[in-house]
Design a protein around this ligand. Structure first.
Ligand SMILES: Nc1ncnc2c1ncn2[C@@H]1O[C@H](COP(=O)(O)OP(=O)(O)O)[C@@H](O)[C@H]1O
Ligand SMILES: [Mg+2]
Length: 260
């Protein structure tokens, strides 16, 4: 369903991705691990279509279609989800309003694409509110969260709650979660793991990017990949994450170098 082949990408003429190969099928959870600076976030950004990165070689096929020629919003309409970081506070915009704008835009465009020449079924504000209530129940989120103003004094866990709720509402076919290497406190860890476990389904692929093995105590990936210096250098099952935890990246790096 989702196939990355020999992907090379640069930023400001520095090559960061140096030939990434990765295939994800529907219903599979993949964990992508690797040391700081190995290119994990770059890969997530390139998949989403971040304009700062230049793809110099390789393909990303999504259901057989090359997405590299598509704008970021077209990719989102196809069902590719990368939780966007919103570092700024938007004054006076509640979580519910923000999500309604962001989510109905994508869902309506998707409905139009699927309708072709026929009439697309657009989501009304009332339908959105109903969907949001349903999703918040599934995720055991308190309804008051929807009335909070965006990012105003959000804790790490609340930022993750916003991200997971956004994912639930978009119902993506390919979800990419990039967990920053520094900040997953216990609450945030719980939100992400419970959210992914509640939302994972047979129709969705998940790429979970994480520096630490800790998150994988709570989410069971089907596959684990190790990224180093812009390439996926090793792939395996969940045992690979435990091996990594025991050995550390440096030992693994030396082993990879020895066999290269
Ligand atoms: N905007 C940028 N400009 C220049 N170099 C960058 C930029 N973003 C990332 N890099 C470099 O790309 C490399 C990979 O970064 P990143 O993808 O963030 O790694 P990871 O997420 O695995 O920690 C790092 O060496 C980083 O310094
Ligand atoms: Mg990163």
């Amino acid at each position: 369903m989702f196939e990355i082949t020999n992907l090379h990408a640069s930023i400001e003429d520095t090559e960061i991705l140096k030939g990434v190969d990765l295939t994800i099928h529907k219903g599979e959870i993949h964990a992508l691990m690797g040391p700081n600076g190995s290119g994990k976030s770059t890969l997530a950004n390139v998949i989403a279509g971040h304009p700062a990165y230049e793809v110099t070689e390789g393909t990303i096929l999504f259901n057989g279609e090359d997405i590299l020629e598509m704008e970021p919003d077209e990719r989102a309409q196809l069902g590719i989800f990368l939780a966007f970081q919103y570092p700024t506070v938007i004054p006076g915009v509640s979580m519910a309003n923000f999500l309604r704008m962001a989510v109905t835009n994508v869902r309506n465009a998707r409905a139009e694409r699927e309708a072709g020449d026929g009439e697309a079924k657009k989501m009304t504000p009332r339908e959105f509110r109903k969907l949001m209530r349903e999703k918040m129940q599934v995720l055991h989120m308190d309804e008051s969260f929807a009335t909070r103003y965006l990012n105003e004094g959000f804790s790490g866990g609340e930022k993750k709650r916003a991200e997971i709720l956004q994912m639930a509402l978009l119902e993506p076919t390919m979800a990419i979660l990039d967990e920053t290497d520094s900040g997953l406190d216990i609450d945030a860890l719980r939100v992400v793991s419970e959210g992914v476990n509640a939302l994972a389904n047979d129709e969705m692929g998940v790429l979970l990017i994480t520096h630490y093995q800790r998150l994988l105590n709570h989410i069971k990936p089907h596959f684990v990949h190790i990224m180093m210096d812009g390439r996926v250098v090793q792939s395996g099952g969940p045992e690979l994450a435990h091996e990594l935890e025991a050995k550390g990246y440096e030992k693994l790096r030396a082993e990879v170098a020895a066999t290269a």
